[in-house]
Design a protein around this ligand. Sequence first.
Ligand SMILES: Cc1cc2nc3c(=O)[nH]c(=O)nc-3n(C[C@H](O)[C@H](O)[C@H](O)COP(=O)(O)OP(=O)(O)OC[C@H]3O[C@@H](n4cnc5c(N)ncnc54)[C@H](O)[C@@H]3O)c2cc1C
Length: 469
Amino acid sequence: MSDQTVNDQARRYSSQTGGRHAVVIGASMAGLLAARVLGDHFERVTLIERDAFPASAANRKGVPQGRHLHALLVKGEQIISKLFPGLTSDLTEGGAIRFDLPGDVLWHHFGGYKIRFYSGMTIISMSRPFLESQVRSRVLALDNLTCLEQCDVDSLLADRDRTRITGVRVHKRSEGSQEEALDADLVVDATGRGSRSPGWLEALGYSAPEESVVKVGIGYTTRIFRQNPDSLPGAKAIFTMPVPPHGKRGGALFPIEGGRWIVTLAGWLGDHAPAEEQGFLDFAESLASRDIYNAIARAEPLSDFVTHKFPSNLRHHYERMNRFPEGYLIMGDAICSFNPVYGQGMSVSALEAEALDDCLKEIAGRDRLQGLARNFFARATRAVDNAWSLAVGEDFRFPDVEGVKPAGTDLINWYVSKVHKGALHDREIARAFFQVMNMTHPPATIFRPGIALRIIKNSLAYRKPDPAQ
Ligand SMILES: Cc1cc2nc3c(=O)[nH]c(=O)nc-3n(C[C@H](O)[C@H](O)[C@H](O)COP(=O)(O)OP(=O)(O)OC[C@H]3O[C@@H](n4cnc5c(N)ncnc54)[C@H](O)[C@@H]3O)c2cc1C
């Protein structure tokens, strides 16, 4: 970075009108999507990122989870492709693979495979760095956006009575650089699970947000392989889930660009896959189906093993705070970090970006951003609630998972286990399950009378003893 101040840089693309300025902290998926939306509503946007961006689709320090399998749910893809027309065709041209759910997937759960049929519901599969780099290049090309790389935000600036955030204190990550103040009309925290918003707000006299924590003790171990389609005949991807309480191990194999497979083995409650050859293979062989083991046993590894520990689902209830400053929002994992096994984080970030766009459209033309935070958190909460109830609901099937179990979870889980089993035989039940899982339909979809009736019929038809029971 040059010896320009951050203010010099932030003004580089500024119009001369002194119009409204938004600052986004963190340029991972939530920050990039927020910046894209803010670009439509603010005169200028400054995106501040601690890391230097890699020149290609490579991993970076600030997103360690990017080395592991990242599924983009259908709802996330729908929103992202609306924000960036042409993105998905560029992704597939760059090697991302589109496959049908459940047509192309060996999805093993609750004692069998989800019924295979071509539903027309497809997901696009690629590495996380490839997706992020493609989104990032489009955001960085916005005319009214400046990105400050290798810059850290240290704290918030507020007005005299501390009811409005007026900017951030930021320093460049180069030796001897001084902290500087950067003024803004709106600041968005998209710094992920490690967000310092609770502390920053407390320093300004606000109470800390309530937290919900559900401890799952998940461990990921991941390795990349060269694709070997002969060992995965008739399918493009594998998803093997454990059936609690006895099974704690799962795994997934997805195709990614460059003719590769990414294989992530996951374990709940400390039962993690070893990061070495034989231990990894043994773990794969111990899953409820041998599909991943069969696919990788003779496949050529293209990477070392990487691991990631994920202690808990963690949610900050900003929507419940009695007082919250104007001019400030929090998005993405900084609001809620979900057990990654269910693949929800990026799609919830996309839903939040959509909510932000809607909120800003409603106040378009007004001078002030009064009420934006309250309106935004109310809408974001709907997206987070749905994802949270799906994730922690499934996690609470493990009796040793710790946290406050929402009332009715056991009853809902009993019904959902019937959905899982029904989806082994019945296309309509499977379709409803995948629609809810992909967030294109609300959770209530699986409770519709038509689906409930099919579940009863299925239960009667397949009443044989079930290992998943
Ligand atoms: C192991 C794992 C697997 C996952 N798999 C999936 C999946 O399959 N599908 C899915 O949708 N989601 C998945 N997720 C979640 C997904 O990675 C996140 O939801 C997504 O990246 C959005 O996060 P974010 O942008 O809010 O934060 P992050 O991705 O954590 O990014 C935060 C950014 O802020 C920057 N930053 C932090 N502090 C500062 C600061 N003070 N100043 C400047 N910059 C700062 C960081 O460098 C980073 O770039 C997974 C998560 C994990 C842990």
